[in-house]
Design a protein around this ligand. Structure first.
Ligand code: SF4
Ligand code: SF4
Length: 102
């Protein structure tokens, strides 16, 4: 399963496993963005002592965040993603990938 903001539903609502549904801009205008693979992402494995997401730390724009706190999987606010891929390079478990919409 890929990141929780990866799909746009009718009415501008985007599903998110953390906070339910929220309004968002159309991802049709966003050609590329980062997405978390929640099957692979494991904060307890990549940062066993602190539980910090290295990808969230690497994102200077604060687009990827552990909104549920340490030791929880991060969420990417893909509408704001600048497609710099710093988060992809930072993830030791290769749990973040680039999505290119056509
Ligand atoms: S995205 Fe990568 S660095 Fe961040 S918590 Fe998941 S496995 Fe760790
Ligand atoms: S691609 Fe860049 S802007 Fe987007 S979430 Fe990753 S680090 Fe942040």
């Amino acid at each position: 399963m890929i990141g929780c903001q990866g799909y746009r539903y009718p009415g501008g609502l985007t599903p998110c496993r953390h906070i339910g549904y929220f309004k968002t801009m159309s991802l049709q205008a966003k050609k590329s963005f980062a997405a978390v693979d929640y099957e692979k992402c494991d904060p307890k494995a990549c940062s066993p002592e602190k539980g910090d997401c290295a990808s969230a730390v690497a994102c200077t724009r604060k687009v990827i965040k552990q909104i549920d706190g340490r030791f929880e999987q991060p969420v990417i606010f893909q509408d704001m993603c600048m497609a710099c891929w710093d988060c992809i390079e930072a993830c030791p478990l290769n749990s973040v990938r680039a999505v290119h919409m056509v």
